[in-house]
Design a protein around this ligand. Sequence first.
Ligand SMILES: Nc1nc2c(ncn2[C@@H]2O[C@H](COP(=O)(O)OP(=O)(O)OP(=O)(O)O)[C@@H](O)[C@H]2O)c(=O)[nH]1
Ligand SMILES: [Mg+2]
Ligand SMILES: [Zn+2]
Length: 337
Amino acid sequence: MLASYGWSDRVAALVSTADPGLVPARVVRVDRDRCLTVTPAGELTATAVELPAVGDWVGLRGAEVVEVLPRWSRLARHGAGEAVTEQVLAANVDLVVIVTGLDRTVRPSRVERELVVAWDSGARPLVVLNKADACTDPEGPEAVREALADRVRADVVVTSAEDGRGIDALRARIGGSDTVVLIGASGVGKSTLANRLLGGATLEIRAVRGRDGKGRHTTTARHLLALPGGGCLIDTPGTRSLGLLDATEGVAQAFSDVDALAAGCRFGDCAHDAEPDCAVRAAVAAGELDGDRLESWRKLGREAAWAERRLDARARAEEHRRARAMSRAIRRQRNRP
Ligand SMILES: Nc1nc2c(ncn2[C@@H]2O[C@H](COP(=O)(O)OP(=O)(O)OP(=O)(O)O)[C@@H](O)[C@H]2O)c(=O)[nH]1
Ligand SMILES: [Mg+2]
Ligand SMILES: [Zn+2]
């Protein structure tokens, strides 16, 4: 049963460190106060004190999640609201598939942001240009693919969930025990692609109304499903934009080309602004590095650094709160007759 849900040697090793009295299971869906899990004996709805995320490996006692096993990757974003909070979209993912549609102008900066989130998750990324049958670029899908791959320095595949092209290429990139998560704006065809891979109409899809399809989120919950050819997949609701967490590591990985160039700058802390002998600006001037890409690197780097400071501040405040509660408890103990 678990074999179809991403069970691997790595998971086996992880489970062996857990309490042997617990039943290993994987979380395939999270609802308000309970989650649906897959156990060696089949599906089971379980309660949990602290709800795990979709994709988590857990230990069950009866119908209760009593242990969430350490994650090797987690796809997370900045939660809603002002405070910097982490919202985990999917845990223990191996491949993050960033989906965009060729039926409208592809925005490389959006893909760059999603690549930062993907790299930062600890999984490997893949970019999919879907809706090749409805490509609006006069140069055609392959030209768009080449230009995007060149700009974002990632593996890019062209697909059409409509006529089936590129689905084999996508399938070929998914390993037998891989957990794949699909991300991207609403209406780009994530669920349609998922249905293609699933070999049936399991997930609901709906036509996008209007040009940008705002406010039309067809998929409303994240759900982990087993793929017939091996591996499993999490479809997610479309996101307008992903807010970065302390993703400085992700920025470094997504922009390793900029980092490599920066090694040639005269100053180690060069901001590639007005410093003399800046190898990064020289590369832009020589046409070797896209100026817009450098701009993306700046913007995303700043956002990640800002979130890092905010998260640090929050962690410090939390520590302070705990210390105060502790000293209050100690005082109460002392004051006891
Ligand atoms: N022409 C064309 N239409 C497609 C393709 N893939 C999906 N669509 C259509 O695009 C619309 C949206 O598809 P969905 O799969 O629901 O999109 P989604 O990304 O899952 O959207 P959310 O669940 O809202 O995030 C539907 O009308 C699909 O039939 C494709 O390759 N070509
Ligand atoms: Mg969907
Ligand atoms: Zn520089």
